[in-house]
Design a protein. Structure first.
Length: 214
């Protein structure tokens, strides 16, 4: 147990995640105001024509969940180094599952039924989950390798820093997807280690009890 390390990793990852959250939230709020604020009819256009066009627009129905969303590189740089927090929060997802925070608040990337206060609550929840996630991951390392960067939590944090450093440079921003993808694979490595250690611990406890019983 190393709470100091957990706080350090949480601080570093929040320094990376919070600016991206703020930038993306500002972008989404601007888009919501532009697309969902009521617009008055164009001057000289008959009112009946405007009403008819509105009625026709209301009859068109489609599910945004069936569309292929092109997420921004900034979203991916915030997502993949914080995979557990991303899954639990549903932040910036097109149609988040109902059990996520965004799903519970009816907040989706398609903005259908979303509100600006709801978006802000999801952003705040995502940031809080990022902090909790890294405090726990940092305080309870699953392995202690000889090389400091070979531990999954440290490796993911390094990927987050590299990805953030690249994404803020506009001409090369797309290259930030590479360290973000490495962070996602490192989380799979972390989950595999967690499962292995849990199974081994359970097996040792079981065999220990059998030995005592015999």
């Amino acid at each position: 147990m190393n709470w100091r390390r957990g706080l350090l990793l949480a601080g570093i990852n929040l320094v990376v995640a919070v600016p991206l959250i703020v930038m993306l939230e500002a972008r989404d709020e601007q888009n919501m105001r532009e697309h969902f604020e009521p617009h008055s009819p164009v001057a000289g256009e008959p009112a009946s024509k405007a009403t008819q066009s509105n009625e026709e627009a209301q009859t068109v129905e489609f599910s945004p969940c069936n569309l292929w969303a092109a997420y921004s590189v900034r979203s991916e740089v915030a997502w993949f180094p914080n995979l557990p927090a991303t899954i639990l929060s549903g932040w910036q997802q097109l149609c988040p599952p109902r059990w996520t925070l965004a799903g519970r608040l009816n907040v989706g990337y398609s903005w259908s039924g979303s509100t600006i206060p709801g978006h802000r609550k999801v952003c705040l929840g995502f940031g809080l989950l990022v902090a909790i996630q890294w405090i726990l991951v940092g305080a309870f390392p699953l392995m202690r390798p000889k090389r400091w960067w070979a531990e999954p939590g440290t490796f993911i944090t390094c990927c987050a820093l590299i990805g953030f450093g690249i994404v803020i440079i506009h001409p090369i921003a797309d290259f930030a997807r590479l360290p973000a993808a490495c962070a996602a694979f490192a989380w799979l490595w972390w989950f595999g280690l967690l499962m292995w250690k849990s199974v081994r611990f359970g097996w040792q406890r079981m065999t220990g009890r059998r030995t005592v019983a015999n």
